[in-house]
Each structure stands twice: as C-alpha cells, then as structure tokens.
Design a protein around this ligand. Sequence first.
Ligand code: RB5
Length: 149
Amino acid sequence: MKIAIGSDHGGFPLKEMIKEHLQQKDIEIKDFGTDSEASCNYADFAEAVGEAVVSGTYDKGILICGTGIGISIAANKIPGIRCALVGDCFSAKATRQHNDTNVLALGARVIGSGLALEIVDAWLGTEFEGGRHQLRIDKITEIEKKYCR
Ligand code: RB5
C-alpha cells in the first residue's frame, strides 16, 4: 500500500508522528509537505495529495490541518476524492466500509496523537463493503459529473 500524506503548519507535528508510525510498519509513504511550522495554506497540500490519489500513483491519502476542516473541504473539491474528517475509531472504520473514502483528514488541534494513530490504523485496516454502498457512491459520482465541469 502506498500512502500520500500532507499537512499545513497546524498539522505538521502530527504529520511527522504519523509518518514515523507508518514507516515502522513498512508502509510506503510519500510526504507532500509542508516541511515546517511556518504559516502556509492548507489547500496547496490538499490539492497535491488529492491529485496523487486520483491519478492512481498512491492508494490512499492522509491530510492534517489544525481542525481538519479546511483541508478536507479542499480535498473534496477534486472529483474522485472522497475525504472524511474523522475524530473517532468507529467513524474511521465506517467511512471505509460505507463511503470507500480514499483520503483521511485529521484535526491536529482537536484530537491527541494517540487517538490519531489509532484512527489511522483503523482507517487503513478496513475494507470497503461494496453492495448497497457502491450504489450510494455512484450517486455521489453522478453529482460530481453534474456540477464539476
Ligand atoms: C491554520 O491556522 C488553520 O486555520 C488550519 O490549520 C485549519 O484549521 C483550517 O481549517
């Protein structure tokens, strides 16, 4: 599994922790920045990671900003990206099973690093269930086709 990761300055320390955590598990991870706590703009990293995922170069993406809100909104503007802002392990699993999310967003100023790492593991370790859920995702794709010209 190949993972693309990115954050703004608010998410930088947590991004570094998640990278180390996944590298210890021998998961291939590419860091799209940012590379310090200097102020920057979350949309830039949402676009870079989202593009890496929709192009098929990376299997999934992880995005972090202060709240996880701005970066998830930006990622979801890319057709084909289904990004969920998650703050608990139940939702992490459910959003893989039901929504087939391909990008996980986290709020570094909202949740602790221990919970964040458990969420990452739960999200990466859960498969999409397909079936009726695929029909619902197909409807999301239809909305994209209608409004994203
Ligand atoms: C940066 O200060 C902060 O606005 C950003 O990390 C994020 O929380 C935006 O949604």
